[in-house]
Design a protein around this ligand. Sequence first.
Ligand code: SF4
Ligand code: SF4
Length: 134
Amino acid sequence: MKYVGWDEVTTGVVLDSFKGESENAAFVRPEDRSYSEFNSYTKSVADWRVLKPVYNREICIDCQNCWIFCPDTSIISRDKKMIGIDYEHCKGCGICVEVCPTNPKSLLMFSDFIDTEDAILEWPKKEKKKKSKD
Ligand code: SF4
Ligand code: SF4
């Protein structure tokens, strides 16, 4: 393998995402894969996030909507159970909150600086459905 500087990279160059064999990487959990230094998984790419999603396990029904819709694969799910958020990569877009179907939502956006425990204390209560007048 030849290492080059950023200003020497030419069109069509290939940066290997994995070290060695990567054929079955899709079947290996992210933490068990052997990423190369070129892969963004090994770096935090969320420094500029202002808001972050906070997850409330007490309300979640493990529907997996957030996992399916997150554009950054930052929802961590194991065996169809939502277990948390990868804050090293989450960009704070809020899509996961939009698609969460519970009442109240199991994911809500908070300031990036808030502690999870403090955010949970501020969680809204269940909203009652309004009766329609026919
Ligand atoms: S805020 Fe956006 S990037 Fe972060 S977990 Fe939710 S959907 Fe993914
Ligand atoms: S969308 Fe909401 S209810 Fe569904 S798994 Fe994600 S956090 Fe849980």
